[in-house]
Design a protein around this ligand. Sequence first.
Ligand SMILES: Nc1ncnc2c1ncn2[C@@H]1O[C@H](COP(=O)(O)OP(=O)(O)OP(=O)(O)O)[C@@H](O)[C@H]1O
Length: 739
Amino acid sequence: MGDEDWEAEINPHMSSYVPIFEKDRYSSGENGDNFNMAPTSSSETDDRPRRDHFMKSGFASGRNFGNRDAGESNKRGNTSAMGGFGAGRSFGYRGFSNSKFEDGDSSGFWRESSNDCEDNQTRNRGFSKRGGYRDGSNSDASGPTRRGGRGSFRGCHGGFGQGSPSNELDQDKCMQRTGGLFGSRRPALSGTGNGDTSQSRSGSGSGRGGYKGLNEEVVTGSGKNSGKSEAEGGESGDTQVKTLKGPKVTYIPPPPPEDEDSIFAHYQTGINFDKYDTILVEVSGHDAPPAILTFEEANLCQTLSNNIAKAGYTKLTPVQKYSIPIILAGRDLMACAQTGSGKTAAFLLPILAHMMRDGVTASRFKELQEPECIIVAPTRELVNQIYLEARKFSFGTCVRAVVIYGGTQLGHSIRQIVQGCNILCATPGRLMDIIGKEKIGLKQIKYLVLDEADRMLDMGFGPEMKKLISCPGMPSKEQRQTLMFSATFPEEIQRLFHSSLRLAAEFLKSNYLFVAVGQVGGACRDVQQTVLQVGQFSKREKLVEILRNIGDERTMVFVETKKKADFIATFLCQEKISTTSIHGDREQREREQALGDFRSGKCPVLVATSVAARGLDIENVQHVINFDLPSTIDEYVHRIGRTGRCGNTGRAISFFDPESDNHLAQPLIKVLTDAQQDVPAWLEEIAFSAYIPGFSGSTRGSVFASVDTRKNYQGKSTLNTAGFSSSQMSNPVDDESWD
Ligand SMILES: Nc1ncnc2c1ncn2[C@@H]1O[C@H](COP(=O)(O)OP(=O)(O)OP(=O)(O)O)[C@@H](O)[C@H]1O
């Protein structure tokens, strides 16, 4: 279909629009395997733009949730906890019924199919990438075959909104109904019709998925990857994925700016930065070195100190105060600290300090490089961000950091490495590929860092991490320092760590230390959290209303599936709200372009799947909207942590759909009360009615590390056959696209 047809595609009464979704059916979400997977909600079809879709009823709860004082909230939370809320592991499930769509279908809504063999086949193959821990019945199929059936979102160039279903929205009414969730107001973004300021859609993607963002180049033909992580051109080290031979990946990411100003560009700490000092920190384990209070106490070399100053760091955050001396003392560490509180520097600085002290092999061209440090993280964008931090702090030293990740040309990764590599930042798939190709030797590894460690150890990435530590040449845990960081540490993972199965024992020395800053897995208190009761059919209307009130403040909108991300982004473009999107079906070039447009403010709204939930540190993200709540509470904590970073304040609004989100009511209340947020009365009612006997306060660990959990979990683990926890994990649907 040519570019000129784009309008037809986004126009709901054009027949071409409908089959896109009819092809992409959804499974019922039934769990057909051995693991507690989190089936993707099928509800995404509910939000398709339709004239008859904007039901004015079921609008977000008109209650005034505010004005409960924190004490009351806390009291309520405590009472609730005592009343039996607790760690329901089954919260990982998101149940739904397809039957609810049938009425809608007859009145023009699409019917959901509970089974789609093609999708399932595709998905099963794709999922096998993670060692087969995939749910064959998960609904959001992905992979090249599936993509062929999609790809019809089209360019918004030439103007959105004309004939758009969303034009039926009475925007004035929306404005009135808003009730002032946010202070700032603005009219709908102007100028989105010219394609200059809004998301433009790929005009060429009939054979591939998604749409593309503003200024995003589209390359068609054999040189184009299919947007999957390691699945392109047999680049993955995963044999299963290699069977999916797609077009070769040719994308070479543009090099980051090399000038000093760009390298040290940073945003300001916020008004609450000093409040970090009041957070309780607990260290578990023996002979922990004392915390330091200033950078000077760390006794770092002059170059490093200069770089820290140039980065605008004058004061340590709590996780840095405790972690830096622990790492400098050569101890293994698992650290858990709130989102946006400086965990990256907490591991980079002491590693670099050691490297400077001990001396590293100066970077020079060699076919086989032997880095001293490997840092792994679950997503490409995150690993790139960590690399930029490493490059910043190692500026002016002989330490060379390199980043490699999926979705980019393998040759490019190799070229980066052979030029010299002391610190390798990598996604797991690409890392294993490169190791397999013998471009990286592991003998010199002294530091192994797992950022987002809980994610890296779950059933998605855990098997690959196990492979990594047992790779030939990898120094044993006694010979290397292993560091794990995250903002969350689910109970399941804690169990694995501390049970007789002792996952920790495989990775960490027995005398490792555990640092917990504040409540483990707690949300950042600088994020003002609001939960609104919004049914599926009202979500889009509510979203537009909120976004119009937000104005052009940067906002991340999280949805549960890749298709829905496309859909909502398209919808918002139609509504003349400059939007781009990031998810695993987008090609890497598009992902990076989208992030760039969002960072620059060109597109102030970024619709994202969980691929963007963890770690991303984007200046000035003032709002996070959970259009769909995630399947787990930890995911929620990470998502809302994209705002309110480094002492800045932020806001998070979550649409709670009682049809699908009741399992989250209890843990959500826990997170809200722990962060001293108001708890809506309706949420408490739902939580009480969804009472699960034995609930003890959270779906995931809320312990402080000072209670040495090593004792608490002896022999209590629930594991899959690989020894990894099977529940409480992120929705695996997108996993294969992450690295
Ligand atoms: N001591 C400090 N002084 C000033 N800024 C800091 C300091 N430490 C970190 N930052 C900045 O704070 C921001 C958040 O840091 P970082 O991304 O490391 O957080 P994080 O704890 O890893 O978050 P997440 O859990 O979301 O991954 C970054 O922009 C970083 O440069």
